[in-house]
Structures are given as structure tokens and as C-alpha cells.
Design a binder for this molecule. Structure first.
Ligand SMILES: [Ca+2]
Ligand SMILES: [Ca+2]
Ligand SMILES: [Ca+2]
Ligand SMILES: [Ca+2]
Length: 242
């Protein structure tokens, strides 16, 4: 093999692995069996799909593994997107009795959904959703300036915590950008090949007035990394596969 074809072969091999990795990360495999939202990852699908990291610090200082580490898996059925999350957090802080009070300043999982993968602004509209799920399972997003609302009928979840490790299962119904809060709405049916904008994050607070860290699943370029709550352009595109 001459020098040129050697380099070409190397390039093709690296391209192949780059594509394979990308494929694994962005493709969401359908569950053949029913997923029971009980906080126990006993379903077959959870054994076969890979963990993905929640490791991008969007706010606060770099985190040590004994302060926070997190990972997640995805699957789907025709009626919902499923997320399995494992978080190791040294202190679980449930500060506010009222779920609509500073929901981001206590420990919570945040799940970002852009149903039609359009990207763009969603601060005060439903072009996309930024669901905060607190330790009691309450789901909060804002529908207008200073107007947080409960979206408990969009996400069912169950958390089981043992020591510093919490396992959550989430079942997420998807709604289109025509959703209007308080009016009856039909959730979207999912299908093979569908693309969705997705990101997940964890607000970690252990003992402070404000959250200490906000750690997400996607790389956000630039200085201001806390943009997921208003900008669906930072989400990652995932694609459903049968
Ligand atoms: Ca389960
Ligand atoms: Ca912590
Ligand atoms: Ca959208
Ligand atoms: Ca914490």
C-alpha cells in the first residue's frame, strides 16, 4: 500500500467509527415490551441500549463525582418517549413545599423536548418545552413571563433512591407547538424515523440559597450555557428507530 492509499484507508476507518458513534448516540430504539414506570430498570430494552452522559457544566464550577454524576438512556413506544436516569448526588434537597416556587433552585431533573425538532425560541410559547421534574414528581414549565404551570399530565415518573443513587423512569407524552395550556390536547403519536429535539439536565443544590450546579447532556457553545429554557437551538436531534 502506498502512502496515499494508506492515509485514505485510515481516513475511511475513522469516518466509519465517527458515523457509528454518532448513530449510537442519536438513534433511539423502540421498546418491544411495555415499560412500567416504577423506577426499576428491569425491562429488556434498558439492558440493551447504551448509557449517555449528563456531564456538561452549564452553570457553576466543575463538579466532582461525589457531588454529582449522571447518565441516561432513551427508548420509545407509539404513545411516549421514555427516559431512564441514574444520578449520584450527595445531598437530595427538596426546599420548597410549593412546586411553583423557584423550582430550579432545588434538586430537579430537567427534560427538554422540541416535538418537531424545529429549534428556535420557546421562552414564552410551546415551540418546545423545558420540563422541570422535582423530587416529588411535579412537572413545571413556564407558559408566559413569570407564569409557571404544572404539567403533571405530560410526564409520569417514579424515582427510587438508595444511598446517594437515584434511579428515575420517565414517560413523556409529546405535544405539538399548537398546544394551549388549559385546553384539551391530544398527544402526538410517535413513529419510526421521527426526529425530536432533546436534551436533559440536572439542577444540583446541596446546601445553598441558589442552585450550585446545572449539568446538561449537550455541549452549549459560548459564554451563556444556560439557554435550554428559552432556546431549542441548543438541543440535540434524536431519531426514533423501530
Ligand atoms: Ca421499569
Ligand atoms: Ca451534590
Ligand atoms: Ca418546535
Ligand atoms: Ca443535590
Amino acid at each position: 500500500m502506498n502512502g496515499k492509499s494508506y492515509i485514505l484507508t485510515l481516513l475511511m476507518i475513522s469516518l466509519f467509527f465517527a458515523c457509528t458513534t454518532e448513530h449510537t448516540r442519536n438513534t433511539v430504539e423502540k421498546s418491544k415490551g411495555v415499560i412500567t414506570v416504577d423506577g426499576i430498570a428491569s425491562e429488556k430494552i434498558w439492558q440493551s441500549v447504551p448509557w449517555l452522559p449528563i456531564d456538561q457544566v452549564w452553570l457553576g464550577n466543575p463538579v466532582s463525582p461525589d457531588d454529582f454524576s449522571g447518565k441516561y438512556k432513551l427508548s420509545w413506544s407509539e404513545d411516549a418517549l421514555y427516559v431512564l436516569v441514574e444520578v449520584k448526588d450527595d445531598v437530595l434537597l427538596d426546599r420548597f413545599e410549593n412546586p411553583l416556587e423557584r423550582w430550579w433552585d432545588e434538586d430537579c431533573v430537567e427534560i427538554f423536548i422540541d416535538e418537531d425538532n424545529s429549534g428556535g425560541d420557546h421562552q414564552f410559547n410551546h415551540n418546545a418545552f423545558a420540563y422541570h421534574i422535582d423530587l416529588k414528581g411535579n412537572v413545571v414549565d413556564i407558559i408566559a413571563k413569570d407564569t409557571p404551570k404544572l404539567f403533571n399530565d405530560h410526564i409520569a415518573s417514579k424515582r427510587i433512591t438508595s444511598g446517594n443513587t437515584s434511579i428515575w423512569e420517565f414517560k413523556i407524552s409529546l405535544f405539538s407547538d399548537t398546544f394551549i395550556y388549559g385546553q384539551p390536547a391530544q398527544s402526538i403519536s410517535l413513529y419510526d424515523g421521527k426526529k425530536i429535539g432533546f436534551a436533559i439536565a440536572y439542577c444540583d443544590n446541596d446546601s445553598s440559597d441558589q442552585r450550585e450546579n446545572f449539568i446538561g447532556s449537550v455541549v452549549v457553545e459560548g459564554e451563556d450555557k444556560d439557554r435550554g429554557w428559552k432556546d431549542a437551538g441548543i438541543f440535540e436531534t434524536i431519531q426514533l428507530k423501530k
